[in-house]
Design a protein. Structure first.
Length: 137
């Protein structure tokens, strides 16, 4: 992951995926910590505190999954579900202009699908297991 950025070998879809993970992680942190302006905004929309804290945890989880190539598909699925719910909530509240960047984020999630490893790709970070020998007596 990080070695791709440092060596300059990262593809555009991979960079988009890392950008998605950064945005999701930041949004998840904001939802999880819930500073006063966020709590007030959610209170105006009658959204309970446990629901946005749980969404924050799920956003942080999705961001983490996006960073692991072999688990990236699960991050895309989880982030897509969260983002779809956000778009529905914003459109239901008449926040059409605010919903546009969220829709663009969904498009970027689709672009992240191009950075998925092929099913034949080896798991490159698996620890080598020690060889066990049994003595025959």
């Amino acid at each position: 992951m990080l070695h791709e950025i440092l060596s300059g070998d990262a593809s555009v879809p991979t960079l988009v995926t890392w950008g998605n993970a950064a945005v999701l992680g930041a949004a998840g942190l904001v939802n999880f910590t819930a500073p006063a302006p966020v709590r007030r905004a959610y209170a105006r929309w009658d959204i309970s505190a446990p629901s946005y804290v749980v969404v924050g945890i799920l956003q942080i989880l999705a961001a983490g999954l996006l960073l692991i190539p072999e688990l990236r598909i699960w991050g895309i699925v989880l982030a897509s579900l969260i983002t779809f719910g956000t778009v529905v909530l914003l459109l239901d509240r008449g926040r059409y202009v605010v919903a546009l960047p969220v829709v663009l984020f969904m498009v970027a999630l689709a672009a992240a699908a191009f950075s998925l490893p092929s099913w034949r790709a080896p798991i490159h970070y698996m620890a080598a297991l020690p060889t066990v020998t049994h003595a025959v007596s």
